[in-house]
Design a protein around this ligand. Sequence first.
Ligand SMILES: [Fe+2]
Ligand SMILES: [Fe+2]
Length: 128
Amino acid sequence: MKFEWKEDYALGDSSVDSEHQYLFELANLIIDSPTNDALINNVMRLYKHAREHFQTEEKLMQAQGYPTNKQHIASHNRMLASLVSKSESIQEGTWNKEQVIEFMTQWIAHITSDDWQFKNYLANRIPA
Ligand SMILES: [Fe+2]
Ligand SMILES: [Fe+2]
């Protein structure tokens, strides 16, 4: 299975959208990892990217005065924690592709729910 970015996922902010796109590329790299070492390396890249991306989004939400960002940040933190526990499974050689798919499904759901709520907030806000 390959993860595919869709235009439908776009929020309209170029940094956020290109970071979301890169997330899909990394997920495909993980799926195609030829060795366990490559898998560990690619998951580390995903973790680093996730952390940077969440910071981009959280700064943007703060700068735009987004009122319910605490819940959104909590969701980011849950995904980071889930990646850390998955990294531990990989070290033990017990992480499989189904879990990558499960993680990506969780993240895509985050994009189309939490991230989109922010998108709707930006679209509906009265210009200052
Ligand atoms: Fe996001
Ligand atoms: Fe988010």
